[in-house]
Design a protein around this ligand. Structure first.
Ligand SMILES: Nc1ncnc2c1ncn2[C@@H]1O[C@H](COP(=O)(O)OP(=O)(O)OP(=O)(O)O)[C@@H](O)[C@H]1O
Length: 309
């Protein structure tokens, strides 16, 4: 089966700014893929290339097995970051309009509108005018407009931004429901805990280049198992002359370090050297990994693996 999205060597430049360098990315069908990266790193540009709002300067972008996204138009939905709604329409009319643009047909469309407004927990707003909605409600209505046609691929730019925790949870559940029904969902976010909790796979772009791509487990295994906490009778002296030890800090009751190599070997060596009371291999959070990559010190990125397959 073809992948939902296959990007091969796609690059995009705006004047002097190389927004995206030759990018390769494969999004498997049925996956929930999170795009992360600092501001201005190329997330929206990548999403727009997938939607063919922008054409890449080089390389190609295949969506649902098709290189012409227009052919997949009715099967793909996009929720842009900057959203506009027709303010004077009622929510129902607006959703009918958006649904029919994407090929949804009544009476299924009307049923879908009611079902989704209930799922968003704003059913009583269905016959209200759009300009009466709060910002968070409007955001949820916009989300509904993107899912009415039961897309095979749903692309959301910052869907959680500005939602309170209760509404973020409502959207979270809706996204998981869609995934269970087989929809491939790609969304960008600045919220690392959302990406960590929700996504099967995470893609991080930094200065227009892919720096992370894989499951959270893969990413943490590649980046993460090098933080080690040790408590021993020898304290800092336990590490004298050991290869692979970096960033060794005395934290008082224990020492913390990053270790390049097999922690099991480090453990064996330390047991030979001293009496241990603690040895812990810690997985950093996605937040820590993100900060490590995107920290202002350019040197940090040199140390990082290019990406996880
Ligand atoms: N239409 C455009 N014209 C000129 N420059 C652009 C345009 N769109 C994006 N850029 C530039 O390309 C780079 C990548 O921008 P992009 O919007 O893709 O980043 P992003 O990761 O989505 O950022 P954010 O998290 O702030 O939304 C930035 O330097 C931006 O200024």
């Amino acid at each position: 089966m073809t992948s939902a999205i296959a990007i091969r060597g796609a690059a995009k430049r705006f004047g002097d700014v190389q927004a995206v360098h030759r990018l390769d990315l494969t999004v498997p069908r049925g996956s929930l893929y999170g795009f992360i990266g600092p501001n201005g790193s190329g997330k929206t540009t990548t999403l727009r290339m997938i939607m063919r709002i922008l054409l890449p300067d080089e390389g190609e972008v295949e969506v649902l097995g098709d290189r012409d996204t227009r052919a997949a138009h009715d099967r793909v939905s996009y929720l842009p970051e900057e959203r506009g709604l027709y303010k004077r329409m009622t929510v129902r009319r607006l959703l009918r309009y958006f649904g029919s643009l994407k090929g949804a047909r009544q009476p299924d469309l009307d049923q879908q509108i009611v079902r989704w407004m209930e799922a968003m927990r704003i059913p009583e707003w269905i016959d209200k005018r759009v300009d009466a909605l709060s910002k968070g409600m409007a955001q949820k209505v916009q989300f509904v407009s993107a899912v009415l046609n039961r897309p095979e691929l749903l692309i959301l730019d910052e869907p959680f931004s500005g939602l309170d925790p209760v509404n973020a949870e409502v959207l979270n559940e809706a996204v998981l429901d869609l995934r269970r029904a087989g929809t491939t969902v790609v969304f960008s976010t600045h919220d690392m805990s959302v990406a960590e909790r929700l996504c099967d796979r995470i893609f991080m772009i930094y200065k227009g280049r892919k720096v992370l791509d894989g499951t959270l487990d893969q990413i943490q295994a590649e980046y993460g198992f090098d933080t080690i906490r040790v408590a021993s009778d020898a304290g800092l002296d336990a590490f004298d002359g050991l290869l692979g030890v970096r960033d060794l800090h005395d934290r008082g009751n224990f020492q913390e370090l990053r270790f390049q190599g097999d922690p099991q070997e480090l453990l064996r060596t330390l047991i030979d050297r001293t009496r241990l009371t603690r040895f812990e291999v810690a997985r950093p959070s996605l937040h820590d990994i993100f900060v490590r990559i995107a920290a202002p010190e350019e040197a940090l990125i040199e140390e990082s693996p290019a990406h996880v397959a």
